[in-house]
Design a protein around this ligand. Structure first.
Ligand code: SAM
Length: 287
């Protein structure tokens, strides 16, 4: 049985650390409970939690300066300056490796995906990172000439519900700040999707470039997560080239993906982009 005092001491120590203090407390507590079962003293338990967080949070992928970017966005929206808004969103996307790699294909990426799923009115962006800042490249605004992007999004925001989930607190606060400026409801949440599967229903669920790490970090929860999601289409993507070695991962991840959904009668559409392999899985009702 775990010792409650030790768990709290470990949670407090990690929550106060500069590197991992931004992580959801629920995530830290779950890891701390596990760590104090394996380690009798708090020092090795704290070290074990930090090691798990290194892999889960992947801080080496990068972050923008959230406070500075929020101030820049406030000024650009107040002006309003559509070019500046787009440039700031781009800077934020550039600051994190997953979205930085997607920048050259971003508009084509969503155009081809939504050509298969239809243009969604509701989205779940799971383990979202900075991806919600790509909203302006998703082609979700009303397509009427003469309107600014913000006006187009405002028109469609009556219908668009964009849920985003991550365990990095400042990232989620920043995304909600951006949603508010766009006139969208603040539907970004600090939620550990390994412990607490999203319950919201949507047309499309995005789970981009995180499944291999997710399976490694939470052994075996990838398949139940996909089964639990209440979305008509699941969009799951993988990098095609490894971050470190430059190896081609396409075949390995294709095999991995089909194993994950084996036994389900879910039609799959595969899209290959420069740097990213996408599977669009259509969930059947009642399956
Ligand atoms: C590699 S980034 C992917 C970002 C985004 N999906 C993309 O492709 O641009 C992984 C993100 O998943 C988040 N994450 C990791 N484990 C999570 C969990 N259990 N619940 C929610 N978010 C998680 C991390 O904080 C990080 O922001």
């Amino acid at each position: 049985m775990s010792n409650e005092v030790d768990v709290e001491a470990v949670v407090t120590a990690v929550k106060q650390s500069a590197k991992y203090g931004d992580t959801s407390e629920a995530t830290i507590r779950e890891l701390a409970v596990e760590a104090v079962r394996q380690h009798k003293k708090s020092k090795p338990a704290i070290k074990a939690v930090r090691a798990r967080l290194h892999s889960i949070m992947a801080p080496y992928l990068g972050d923008p300066d959230y406070s500075a970017e929020a101030i820049r966005l406030d000024a650009a929206f107040a002006a309003p300056d559509e070019t500046a808004i787009g440039a700031i969103c781009r800077d934020c996307l550039y600051a994190h490796l997953s979205t930085r790699e997607r920048l050259p294909i971003m508009a084509e990426f969503y155009e081809r995906i939504f050509a298969v799923t239809g243009r969604p009115q509701s989205i779940l962006d799971i383990a979202c990172g900075l991806n919600p800042l790509a909203l302006r490249w998703m082609g979700l605004g009303a397509v009427s000439g003469g309107r600014s992007v913000r006006e187009q999004l405002a028109v469609s925001s009556e219908r668009l519900r964009f849920y985003a989930y991550d365990i990095h607190e400042p990232r989620i606060a920043f995304i909600n700040h951006y949603f508010r400026l766009e006139g969208l409801p603040e539907l970004a949440k600090v939620q550990d999707v390994a412990m607490d599967f999203p319950q919201e229903g949507a047309d499309v669920a995005l789970f981009l470039k995180e499944m291999p790490r997710f399976e490694r970090n939470y052994g075996g929860r990838g398949r139940p997560l996909l089964e639990a999601l209440r979305a008509r289409f699941l969009v799951i993507s993988y990098p095609t080239i490894s971050t470190h070695g430059g190896r081609n991962l396409t075949n390995r991840y294709r095999e991995f993906m089909y194993q994950l959904i084996e036994g389900h009668n879910w039609p799959v559409t595969e899209l290959l982009f420069a740097g990213e392999l996408v599977f669009i899985v259509e969930k059947r009702l009642g399956d």
